[in-house]
Design a protein around this ligand. Sequence first.
Ligand SMILES: *[C@@H]1O[C@H](CO)[C@@H](O)[C@H](O)[C@H]1NC(C)=O
Ligand SMILES: *[C@@H]1O[C@H](CO)[C@@H](O)[C@H](O)[C@H]1NC(C)=O
Ligand SMILES: *[C@@H]1O[C@H](CO)[C@@H](O)[C@H](O)[C@H]1NC(C)=O
Ligand SMILES: [Ca+2]
Length: 484
Amino acid sequence: MQGLVWSLCALLCLSLWEESYCRSSRETQRTKEPFLLRSRRAPIDPNSKQCSYTFLVPEQRITGPICASTTGPEPDKDRVTRMDIADVREVLNKQRREIETLQLVVDVDGNLVNEMKLLRKESRNMNSRVTQLYMQLLHEIIRKRDNSLELAQLENRVLNVTSEMMRLASRYKDLESRFATMAGVVNNQSILITALEEQCLRSLGRGELAPAPPLVQAVPQNIPVDNRFTNEIQRNSRAFTRGSRKNSPTVSPFGIEPPPPQGTLTSDGPFKDCFQVRQAGHTTSGMYLLKTDNSDRLIQAWCEHGLDNGGWTVLQRRRDGSVNFFRNWENYKASFGNIDGEHWLGLENIYNLSKQGDYKLMIELEDWAGKKVYAEYSSFHLEAENQGYRLRLGTYQGNAGDSFTSHNGKQFTTLDRDKDAFTGNCAHFHKGGWWYNACGQTNLNGVWYSGGVYRSKFQDGIFWADGGGFYSLKSVRLMIRPID
Ligand SMILES: *[C@@H]1O[C@H](CO)[C@@H](O)[C@H](O)[C@H]1NC(C)=O
Ligand SMILES: *[C@@H]1O[C@H](CO)[C@@H](O)[C@H](O)[C@H]1NC(C)=O
Ligand SMILES: *[C@@H]1O[C@H](CO)[C@@H](O)[C@H](O)[C@H]1NC(C)=O
Ligand SMILES: [Ca+2]
């Protein structure tokens, strides 16, 4: 820019100078030839002076001046030129001043233009900046509005949740009071049940109060102590549902035949017992069809092949309380329950099985800590029905303790057939069917209580004296196999 301005100035100066020079040269043209035009004009200028020479004769003395050069300007012309120069200088000065003024103006103008340009640029920048800021502001405003909306929603939700919480708290209090009422009712019912039980026993004893059988005194070794309440509840609920369960496979404990056990038969038998099944090559525990000697009836039985080389015929099994064992003579004579779950194989079947040869009995017991023990009797068989299916046991061996030998030689007693040595009916006290004595050291067909230690007026749980009379076992199995 600056350069351009300067070059412009220079051009201007040059032109001005040339103009003024030309003017002055025109004025002086007649007297002085401008050296620029001499070459052009010299040959044709008629006013141009020629140099004149004076030739001297050598014999003669020099009397006149020697002309060395006659080109010097004439005095007239000299004067004119000086005046001209003064004129020109003045004009030049004047013009220089003008130029300086112009220069100043130009400079100012250029600065102004620059400033203008800068300002314009700045303004443009400002505009875009302002636009940007405006957009940002808009954005912020929109965002703020959204936030406030969200905040309001959140507040609403918090309020709602708080009110919900209060509602739930009040409902919880309501439920708590209702629970307290129910607990009171349950306690009252429990008392009532006990009273009714006593009354029932009294009426069974025809007005006389039958004395309770002696309790098994053995103290269990590992009693869980914190589940008494659980047992109480369990017991009460059982008292209500006993004999009226609809979903149970065993519809009624009295007289009604249970539906045939279901399951898949894996037998290609029939076999005489599970030992024969095992000998035929079957190694999978499961349900098999058995046919005892001199009988044309088939028996469904569970063969246990996973224990001690297998071949065990299961006579009874308890494990989850799914089947009611407080049943009459007909039930115990036949069979009940589910072959693949809790069941009783039936006294007649057991009798027919056990008379086929020499069998030993294995009783497997598991407590609620998962500990398994067993009691084995070297021989086992029952006598016929007219002998009340009297129990005949061999000698004990095992780690469960011998709680069964005291039942040896006893007939089978149910709630409707009392063959025990006790004045009352042991089946009523122990709530099962068994070879009761008076009443005995073990009750494996008793009530299945959850948790082990149970609270009951009588010892009616599934107990094995060595585990304690008030400790109900978790699972039990009675199995027979021919003596090796
Ligand atoms: C809060 O509860 C009111 C009714 O009690 C309901 O209309 C509103 O939609 C609820 N708000 C939320 C955020 O759940
Ligand atoms: C329980 O029985 C007692 C009296 O034996 C009685 O005062 C109380 O109200 C009964 N409670 C319930 C919840 O029935
Ligand atoms: C038991 O065996 C006898 C023959 O000894 C037979 O008549 C009877 O039907 C058998 N009972 C069962 C339930 O198989
Ligand atoms: Ca009796």
